[in-house]
Design a protein around this ligand. Sequence first.
Ligand code: NAP
Ligand code: NAG
Ligand code: NAG
Ligand code: NAG
Ligand code: NAG
Length: 336
Amino acid sequence: MTLTRLSVLAFLVICTEAVTRPGVAPLVQLNDGKQIPSLGFGTWLGFSKEGGLEPVVDDKVQRAVEAAIDAGYRHIDTAAIYDTEEQVGKAIQNKIAEGVVAREDLFITSKLWNDRHAQKDVVPALKESLAKLNLTYLDLYLIHWPIAQYANGTYYDTDYVETWKGMIDAQVLGLARSIGVSNFNITQLDRLLTMTPVKPAVLQVEVNINLQQAELIKFCKEHDIAVVGYTPFGSLFHNRAAPDAPPPRTDNQTLLKIADKYHKTIAQVNLRYLVELGVIPIPKSVTPKRINENIEVFDFQLTQNEKDLMKAFDKNYRTIPVTMWIDSPYYPFNKK
Ligand SMILES: NC(=O)c1ccc[n+]([C@@H]2O[C@H](COP(=O)([O-])OP(=O)(O)OC[C@H]3O[C@@H](n4cnc5c(N)ncnc54)[C@H](OP(=O)(O)O)[C@@H]3O)[C@@H](O)[C@H]2O)c1
Ligand SMILES: *[C@@H]1O[C@H](CO)[C@@H](O)[C@H](O)[C@H]1NC(C)=O
Ligand SMILES: *[C@@H]1O[C@H](CO)[C@@H](O)[C@H](O)[C@H]1NC(C)=O
Ligand SMILES: *[C@@H]1O[C@H](CO)[C@@H](O)[C@H](O)[C@H]1NC(C)=O
Ligand SMILES: *[C@@H]1O[C@H](CO)[C@@H](O)[C@H](O)[C@H]1NC(C)=O
C-alpha cells in the first residue's frame, strides 16, 4: 500500500471517530414551562489541598467546556464563586462561532454568592455574571446557599426569603429564564413555597450513591421542583474520598459486575443510577476521555435488582458538608 493510501485510510478512520454519535441527554420539563437537559456539565475545580478553592490559572475550564459541547452536553453549571464564568463564556462563544451550537440550544446556570443576599443586590450580581459570561440571559439562576455572609466571611442576617424576592425581580426582567435554589433543606423550601408567589423551578443539592436524598427528592417531586445533583460521584474515586467515607470505591466488585454487564464504567453506572432516581447529575471533568464517557449514559437501563444493590450504599454521608458554616442560623444540614 502506498503512503498516500495509508494516509487516506488514516484520515477516514479519524473521520469515523469524529462522527460517532455524541451523547444526548433528553429534556426534562420544569414547573415554569421551560425545559432542562437531564444531565449537565460541572465547572467547579474543587477545593485545593491547602483548603481554599483550587485557583483557576490556565484555560483548562474553557477547553473542558468546549470538549463538553462537542461531546453533546447542552447544560453547563457555573457560579460566581467558582471564578470560571469567563472561561465558560469564551467556550460558548467559540462553539457558537464555529456553528456547533446556537445560544438557544444551551442551558446555562450560574449562582448568586452569599455576599449578595440583599434583595437589591441580586440583579446587579446577576448582571456581573452575565458580563463575565458575555450572555444576555441565563437559563437558570440559583441562590447558591441559604446563608448570607459578608465578603470577610462574617454572617449577616438577611433572610433568604428576601433574597428570593430579588431572584423573582431578575426573572421578571428576563435576565434569568428560570430561578431556583441550591443547598436548601425541606423547611427552607417550604418557607419559600408558603411566603412567596414564585416556586423554585430547581433545587440543586449533593446527590450520589452515599447520599441518595430520598426524602428531599420525594418532597421535590410532590411540588414539581426538578432536582439537580451535584458532586454526583461523591466519594467513589480514591483520590477524592476522605479516609472515613463509606464504600464503594471504583474497585467494588458489586459495581464492577454491573458495569461489565453493560460494557460501561462504574462512573457511568453511577450517573445512570442518579438519572433513574429522577435526578439531573452535573458531573465535572477536565479530562476529554471522561467528559465523553460521562454523557454516554442514555443507552442502557438498570434492573430493579441492580438498583436495589445500589440503594444499599446510601449512608446519608456528605462529601461536601461545609462544616465551616455550621454556626450559621441558616446552616441547612444535620449538625452531627
Ligand atoms: N451548588 C453547590 O453548592 C455545588 C457544590 C459542589 C459542586 N457543584 C457543581 O457540581 C459539579 C460536580 O461536582 P464536583 O465537581 O464536586 O464533583 P464530581 O463531578 O462528582 O467529581 C469530579 C471529580 O471526578 C473526576 N472524574 C470525573 N469523571 C470521571 C470519570 N469518568 N472517571 C474517573 N474520574 C472522573 C474528576 O477528575 P478530572 O476533572 O481530573 O477528570 C474530578 O476529580 C461541580 O463542578 C459544580 O458545577 C455545586
Ligand atoms: C461577546 O460576544 C459577542 C458575540 O455575541 C462577540 O462579538 C464579542 O466579541 C464578545 N465579547 C467579549 C468581551 O468576548
Ligand atoms: C466584616 O465585614 C463587615 C461588612 O463590611 C463589617 O461590618 C465587619 O466588621 C467585618 N468583620 C470582621 C470580623 O472583619
Ligand atoms: C462492595 O459492595 C458490597 C455491597 O454490594 C459490600 O458488601 C462490600 O463491602 C463492598 N466492597 C468493598 C471493597 O467496598
Ligand atoms: C433546615 O435548616 C434550618 C436552618 O439551619 C433548620 O432550622 C431546620 O431544622 C432544617 N430543616 C431540616 C428538615 O433539616
